[in-house]
Design a protein around this ligand. Structure first.
Ligand code: GDP
Length: 179
C-alpha cells in the first residue's frame, strides 16, 4: 500500500520485444525526469519521476524488467512482490507475446494475490496495422478474463503511453481512497 511521500512502484512486464524499453524511454524522457539509473540490488532499469495526473502530482518509480532474467521463477517472484501496479505488455503483432501476457497474469496472481492490485493489459505497436495478429476485441476479452483494464498503445507514435501511466495512477488513487 502506497502511503503519501513514497513513490508508486510500477513494473513493466511482458515478453521480449514488446516495447518495455520503449515505454521506459518515453517515461524517462519527459522534462523533469531524474537520471535513469541501474538499481543496485537487481540491475534493472529504474526511473523515478513525478507526473501530474488530474491536477495532482504523483511520484512513480518505473521498473523495467530485464528480459534475460525474467525467465526464472525467483525473478518473477521478486518483481511480483515489489510492484504496487503492473503494466502487462504484449505486441499486437506477436500472438506469442499475447499468450505470454496470459501466463504472466497467472504468475502475477500467484505471487501477488491482492485482489485490487492495479494492472493494465497493454497491446503495444498498434501503429503496425498490417502486421496485426491480435485483434482489439481479443485484447479486451483477455482483460475481462484477467479482471484488469485494457489499452492499445504505440510507443513508436507516442500514442496512449502516458494514458497508460495515468490510468495506473488513477487506479492506485482509487485503491488508496477506498481504504
Ligand atoms: P522490450 O524487449 O520489451 O524492451 O522491447 P523494446 O522496447 O526493446 O522494443 C523492441 C522493438 O520494437 C524495438 O525495435 C522498438 O523500436 C520496437 N517498438 C517498440 N514499441 C513499438 C511500437 O509501438 N511500434 C513500433 N512500430 N515499434 C515498436
Amino acid at each position: 500500500s502506497a502511503e503519501p511521500g513514497r513513490p508508486y512502484r510500477v513494473v513493466l512486464l511482458g515478453a521480449s520485444g514488446v516495447g518495455k524499453t520503449a515505454f521506459a524511454s518515453i517515461f524517462a524522457g519527459a522534462a523533469d525526469s531524474m537520471d535513469s539509473d541501474d538499481c543496485e540490488l537487481c540491475g534493472d532499469e529504474v526511473t523515478e519521476k513525478e507526473i501530474e495526473v488530474d491536477g495532482e502530482p504523483a511520484s512513480i518509480t518505473l521498473i523495467d524488467t530485464w528480459d534475460s532474467e525474467t525467465d526464472s521463477e525467483c525473478m518473477y517472484e521478486r518483481y511480483m512482490q515489489t510492484g504496487d501496479a503492473y503494466l502487462l505488455l504484449y505486441s499486437i503483432t506477436d500472438r506469442a507475446s499475447y499468450l505470454r501476457a496470459s501466463e504472466l497474469r497467472i504468475t502475477l496472481r500467484r505471487f501477488c494475490p491482492a485482489q485490487n492490485t492495479p494492472i493494465i493489459l497493454v497491446g503495444n505497436k498498434c501503429d503496425l496495422v498490417r502486421r496485426r495478429e491480435v485483434s482489439v476485441s481479443e485484447g479486451r476479452a483477455c482483460a475481462a478474463v484477467f479482471d484488469c483494464k485494457f489499452i492499445e498503445t504505440s510507443a513508436a507514435m507516442q500514442h496512449n503511453v502516458w494514458e497508460a501511466f495515468r490510468g495506473i495512477v488513477r487506479q492506485l488513487r482509487l485503491r488508496r481512497d477506498s481504504k
